[in-house]
Design a protein around this ligand. Structure first.
Ligand code: ADP
Ligand code: MG
Length: 718
């Protein structure tokens, strides 16, 4: 780097998160925009933009001792440069030191480059050694011609390789990082973790020492590690310096969720007394008894919403475990106290199904159920909005249309969000704000919130992603369910599968045939389903076959589903639109075509559509060869177990948390350094550190959150 970095100046009062990168030398508007694209706007961002890996350029290797697949620095004299025309035209350059000779090979080169590599010149090269046609070669090395001064200093530290993008060279990123490090001091990047909370427990047996690393030390180390650094730990992200940063970042997220929770719990919530008459009336009409697990979670919820503090509860229960009736009982408690309850589903089909359930259960109790979805327009919509606003609607079922600004509730006391993995934190917050409009905003009470999901989340992950929630789990299926028997059959035996459908439907049962997602295209998927439906119609002329896919109008979808539910169709050909929540107990056979395209969670959701009655149910995974190793493993898991929690654990092991939780959740976490999977062992410590901070150092909480999360809207809103 040219010049003295210390001549750069920032006011001692300005912290690095407030200092724009344009303060650094050589950064104009163009470079600023390029850096913005990799998320760098301030000097602090530069420091948090950590290397992906490192190269060792601290020593020169003798050419004779080189081995394949290693990164090296060599230095020698050019012995000749030629363009050769082999399979690919390339420029080769022979370099010799006093131990041996090696070839540099360039596939892309300029005439000027060729002319510069003159025989006799001294050259230093950085690159990876490969075994090529002419023995060991360096492909496309970085190089410097040394000219007369034969001893240019080598790097003192490992050389960082940064995440880059179009127009940002490694050289540029390195000089920017060097300048940023030169500015770093204790005043402008304050250590926020108190000493006693600083020690990171060794993350692996290899680093089993207690380390006290400050933030600034960790950053300096990671941008410029000494040549002696433990490169293996660094490569795995498990070096104490990396773990130090990961801990603080996870801590920031945990604290922000905790704070969110505290802020919400400072609000008033409506307290609902238990309403035994309504409850008894509903239970009397049900054709079944609640399971023990249902009773337990109903009790947990009933106690929560009897308190004047807003409930925030995540209800986990496998597909078919009976979450809907739990939601209904909670809603009754709100309605019995004169409040409204809203039940929100992720799709129109599911919203419609909830409407049918709730109407059947609540109309006999004289409770008015209305519904609101995005497709409801014009006059019809206005009528519903009016009923919601004037309070004549007591239970409101809908899709995310319930979030819209013009939906004003008369007196909303409880929101139930079904299948929450499809909704993000933002949407959850939006509904929290829809408390009773009749009260002035400063004393407006916040509705209770129950979030239901059939995608079980392993406990440690749940703790960090949903640290703002309490948990209830339905860990028992209603009695009398026979587990679904799952088989895998190759597509060559399709004919047999068609005969199975004929057999099942011939005995008065119903069946699904699911066509899976093709390249994320709803249109292609719909076409495939249409083709399959007409093929099956030819093969099974005696059956009544329906078709449902994402390209149908919502009304059409709902009509087909209703016909299937009423038993007017024998076979339903569907795309994955039926994945969530659809409930037709008489359906006992499901064929899933190309199951290899789906993840475990989705397969489990789909399969959960059968096995809802007392008849033995079957699921046929009709796969196409060849299967990838991963696909084989998934199919094996599906054949072995029906337990959603076991499947969730396997899913986590096979795919990692990012994919298990969906990009929405992990995307919202927006982790820069930490990795939920790699750093799962830190989560307990994160939790303990968070509560110690909140108790003993409350003034540090906001700055830590601000450092890692900025002033994101999400946290300001509440
Ligand atoms: P999920 O948890 O997947 O949303 P549902 O609420 O849709 O499950 O319930 C699945 C089916 O089980 C429904 O037909 C429902 O009426 C029925 N069900 C719920 N609870 C019980 C129970 N305790 N005993 C028998 N059947 C039940
Ligand atoms: Mg459900």
């Amino acid at each position: 780097m040219d010049g003295n970095p210390n001549k750069l100046y920032t006011s001692p009062m300005t912290t690095l998160d407030q200092t724009p990168i344009t303060q650094l030398r050589g950064i104009g508007a163009k470079m600023r925009d390029k850096l913005a694209r990799v998320g760098i706007a301030t000097i602090q961002d530069v420091l948090f933009h950590l290397p992906l890996r490192y190269m060792d350029r601290t020593r020169i290797s003798p050419i004779a001792g080189l081995q394949g697949n290693t990164e090296v620095v060599i230095e020698g004299e050019i012995r000749g440069t030629d363009v050769v025309f082999g399979r690919r035209r390339s420029l080769i350059c022979k370099v010799q030191d006093n131990t041996g000779l090696i070839t540099l090979r360039f596939f892309h080169f300029t005439a000027a480059q060729r002319n510069n590599l003159t025989s006799g010149a001294r050259i230093r090269c950085y690159g990876e050694v490969r075994r090529g046609g002419a023995g060991l070669e360096l492909y496309h090395p970085e190089y410097e011609l040394l000219g007369e001064q034969s001893s240019k200093p080598l790097a003192q530290n490992l050389t960082p390789v940064y995440p880059a993008s179009e127009g940002l060279t490694q050289y540029r990123l390195r000089t920017i990082a060097e300048q940023a490090l030169a500015l770093l001091n204790d005043a402008n990047l304050e250590e926020l973790l108190p000493n006693e909370l600083l020690s990171i427990e060794g993350s692996t047996s290899r680093s089993n020492t207690q380390q006290q690393t400050s933030l600034a030390e960790a950053l300096r180390f990671l941008h410029q590690p000494p040549a002696s650094a433990a490169v293996e730990l660094l490569a795995e992200g498990l070096h104490p310096a990396q773990q130090r940063l990961a801990l603080e970042e996870l801590l920031a997220h945990h604290l922000s969720l905790q704070q969110l929770r505290q802020q919400i719990r400072q609000h008033q919530g409506p307290a609902f007394a238990a309403h035994t008459e309504l409850r008894g009336a509903l239970l009397k009409h049900l054709p079944f008894e609640l399971t023990g697990a249902q009773q337990r979670v109903c009790e947990e919820i009933a106690q929560d919403i009897a308190q004047p503090v807003p409930m925030l509860r995540l209800l986990q229960g496998d597909v078919g475990s009976g979450k809907t009736v739990v939601a209904a009982l909670a809603s009754l408690q709100a309605i019995g106290s004169g409040y409204q309850a809203a039940v929100m589903a992720p799709t129109e089909i599911l919203a419609e199904q909830h409407r049918l359930n709730f109407e059947a259960w609540f109309t006999p109790l004289d409770i008015t159920v209305v519904w609101l979805t995005g497709k409801l327009k014009g006059k019809a919509r206005e009528v519903q909005l009016e009923r919601i606003a004037n309070g004549s609607a007591q239970l409101i079922v809908g899709t995310h249309a319930l979030f819209q600004d013009d939906v004003i509730f008369h007196k909303l006391g409880l929101t139930v969000i079904d299948e929450q993995h499809r909704f993000g934190v933002h949407q959850r917050l939006a509904l929290r704000e829809k408390g009773p409009a009749s009260e002035p905003s400063h004393q407006r009470s916040v509705p209770h919130q129950l979030i239901m999901t059939a995608t079980p989340i392993p406990r440690t992950l749940a703790m960090s992603v949903y640290a703002d929630l309490d948990f209830s789990v339905i860990d028992e299926l209603p009695a009398g369910r026979t587990p679904v028997n799952t088989v895998a059959i190759a597509d060559q035996r399709r004919e047999e599968v068609v005969q199975r459908i004929r057999g099942a439907c011939g005995e008065g049962n119903q069946a699904y045939w699911v066509c899976t997602l093709i390249e994320e295209s709803e249109t292609l998927e719909a076409q495939a389903a249409e083709v399959t439906a007409s093929e099956l119609a030819l093969l099974l002329p005696e059956l009544r076959i329906g078709l449902v896919h994402g390209r149908l109008k919502p009304k059409e979808k709902i009509q087909v589903m209703a016909a299937f539910k009423a038993g007017e169709l024998d076979l339903l050909v569907a795309t994955t639109v039926i994945e969530v929540g659809v409930d037709v107990p008489n359906a006992s056979l499901m064929v899933i075509e190309n199951p290899e395209r789906l993840g475990l969670a989705q397969l489990h959701q789909l399969r959960g559509r059968v096995g809802r009655g007392s008849i033995a149910s079957h699921c046929v995974l009709l796969y196409s060869m060849p299967l990838s190793q991963r696909a084989k493993e998934r199919i094996t898991v599906m054949r072995q177990t029906n337990d959603g929690f076991v499947i969730a654990e396997k899913d986590l092991a096979l795919r990692g948390p990012g994919e298990v939780l969906g990009t929405r959740q992990t995307g919202e976490l927006n982790l820069r350094i930490a990795d939920l999977e790699r750093d799962a062992h830190l989560l307990e410590q994160v939790k303990a550190t968070a509560s110690a901070l909140m108790t003993h150092h409350p003034s540090k909480v906001a700055p830590i959150i601000r450092r890692w999360l900025g002033n994101k809207e999400r946290y300001g809103q509440v």
